[in-house]
Design a protein around this ligand. Structure first.
Ligand SMILES: Cc1ncc(C[n+]2csc(CCOP(=O)(O)OP(=O)(O)O)c2C)c(N)n1
Length: 560
């Protein structure tokens, strides 16, 4: 057994787990960790705010499907990552956060920069623990990574007191370990899958609702094969956007508050839904009661806690989505196929009607036009993240995801400022594909100092800044529901984003026409330098269609 410090064991364990980089910012309570990081082969990517470190790790994790790692010091460093942990938890993103803590004997004494981060983070992480002895480190790290990436992924926090980092002990690095009480996977129940197939085949208006779990388990090919074999139209949740190619004839797009008109229309007509890896959030289904009344639900989810939480399923299948769909496919192989149904033709008509007849803003730089331009110019394998607000929902409506698993957004917590650092993390995970953050000015303001990380660490991404000089989504709600009493939404006193980008050593450009926009995107793609494209748009443009909160999908508000 080798004797080493807790910090050295941390690095050794992370290297064993294949960690290539950590996102972080040092401080007094994690200096021993940083000193070992210095000696290791793991790259450190310095952030300007710990919240961004967590979002970068989250972006890395969502793209690579391996936990992204972030480091923060104790107290304020640790509390700064809380929003990042909650964001990852809400969207089931694998992540490991390692925080420094005051020495064991100082815990609970209000020491300088002490905060009870375990207590604070408990409701927003998959798991949190605090090794109290250096020899506990190897197992703590092994467990942390295992829990973060297995079953339903999520964020894990490992809080390490300074003396645990410093003190030495003989270390064992076990290859195998057992975790009693944690069963991340269950074998899907074949009888349930058979019942589901019969239910689907006997319904006349079946639909597939693909949620984020479909993306997490990379069940793209299986989903497409089932949809095509049975000729069933596919809607997604917003988190599931990109689980199915949105240019496919069977794709109806995301449902919900900011779903596509055709998706909401077809959803409310369906009689049976195959719901895959979704928690039926209020944003997706509007009022839960109305949704449930109209159709039979087949629910597949890896997390048993999701079954029956928001919707009662007629058939529930607990298991990994991909494994379940594979079994379904193999059983379906023996059954009759029915491809060209009246229902399928009807869905195609509904889609083309709404695609052709939905009014969009008349200006050249309308949201629809700029996002379609982005789609036209961007290679299909590019990864897109978004911030939170109108631009996010315009992306939902007007930016078609062609290659599954290339679109990521903070859909559960709705965290402004997530998209840009997450894009940086995504680029680290996939350096060879272009990465674009579709941003609003308010959201970009929250983490724009990540420009320093992007430039200095040479992690080039494109910020597609949909600039309406306002906190647009809040402004839209104030216009719609509060009789235009506009308060707290003006964003006029903001930096000049072109100058801001340049001052960080990035490229910055402002565009006034679609042609200029197309050229700016092409230039950014070929430059391989972080670029902010500032795209001024009309501050009064609304996101429509829209299902108001607390109302059913059938009451969708359409553009007049
Ligand atoms: C951290 C955080 N604070 C507040 C909100 C509430 N909120 C939701 S959308 C929005 C406005 C977003 O503005 P911007 O990023 O400029 O995007 P736009 O809606 O204008 O496209 C706000 C304030 C939030 N989602 N996240």
């Amino acid at each position: 057994m080798e004797t080493m410090s807790g910090s050295a064991a941390l690095m050794r364990s992370m290297e064993k787990d294949g960690v290539k980089q950590v996102f972080g910012l040092p401080g007094g309570a994690n200096l021993p960790m940083y000193d070992e990081l210095f000696k290791s082969n793991i790259r450190h990517i310095l952030v300007r705010h710990e919240q961004s470190a967590a979002h970068m790790a989250d972006g890395f994790g969502r793209v690579s499907r391996k936990p992204g790692v972030c480091f923060a010091t104790s107290g304020p460093g640790a509390t700064n990552i809380l929003t990042g942990l909650a964001t990852a938890q809400a969207d089931s993103a694998p992540m490991v956060a390692v925080t420094g803590q005051v020495p064991v004997k100082m815990i609970g004494r209000d020491a300088f920069q002490e905060s009870d981060i375990i207590g604070m983070s408990n409701p927003v992480v998959k798991y949190a623990f605090q090794p109290r002895k250096p020899e506990e480190m190897p197992l703590a790290v092994q467990r942390g990574f295992y829990i973060a990436e297995t079953g339903r992924p999520g964020p894990v926090l490992i809080d390490v007191p300074k003396d645990v980092q410093e003190n030495k002990a003989p270390m064992e690095f076990p290859e195998e370990f057992q975790m009693r009480g944690y069963h991340p996977w269950m074998d899907p129940d074949v009888t349930g899958i058979e019942r589901a197939i019969n239910m689907l085949l006997s319904s006349t208006k079946p639909i597939i609702l693909a949620g984020g779990g479909t993306i997490i388990s990379s069940a793209f090919a299986e989903l497409q094969a089932i949809a095509e074999m049975l000729g069933i139209p596919v809607v997604t949740t917003f988190k599931g956007k990109g689980a199915f190619p949105e240019t496919h004839p069977l794709s109806m797009g995301p449902i919900g508050m900011h779903g596509h008109a055709e998706a909401n229309k077809i959803m409310i007509e369906a009689d049976c839904v195959l719901a895959i890896g979704t928690r039926f959030s209020d944003r997706s289904v509007g009022t839960v009661e109305d949704f449930e009344k109209q159709l039979k639900i087949i629910h597949i989810d890896v997390d048993p806690a999701e079954i029956g939480k928001n919707q009662t399923a007629s058939v529930a299948i607990v298991g990994d989505v991909r494994a379940s769909l594979r079994i379904m496919l193999s059983l379906l192989g023996k059954k009759a196929k029915h491809e060209d149904t009246v229902w399928r033709k009807h869905a195609a008509e509904v889609k083309s009607y709404w695609r052709d007849n939905l009014k969009i803003h008349s200006g050249e730089m309308s949201a629809a036009r700029i996002l379609r331009k982005l789609r036209e110019v961007l290679p299909k394998e590019s990864i897109v993240t978004t911030e939170v607000g109108q631009h996010q929902m315009w992306a939902s409506l007007f930016f078609d995801v062609i290659q599954p698993g290339t679109f990521f957004s903070s859909t559960g917590l709705g965290t402004m400022g997530w998209g840009f650092p997450a894009a940086i993390g995504a680029k680290v995970a996939k350096p060879d594909v272009p990465v674009v953050d579709i941003a609003g000015d308010g959201s970009f303001n929250m983490t724009e100092n990540s420009l320093a990380t992007s430039v200095l660490e040479d992690i080039p991404v494109i910020v597609f800044l949909v600039n309406n000089f306002t906190l647009g989504m809040v402004a839209q709600w104030q216009r719609t529901f509060y009789d235009r009493r506009m308060i707290g939404v003006d964003q006029k006193h903001c930096p000049d984003y072109v100058d801001l980008a340049k001052s960080y050593g990035a490229h910055g450009t402002r565009v006034q026409s679609l042609d200029e926009l197309g050229s700016a995107i092409k230039e950014a793609l070929s430059s391989n330098v972080t670029t902010v494209i500032d795209i001024p748009i009309d501050p009064e443009e609304d996101v429509l269609p829209f299902v108001a909160p607390g109302t059913p999908l059938k009451d969708m508000i359409l553009p007049s």
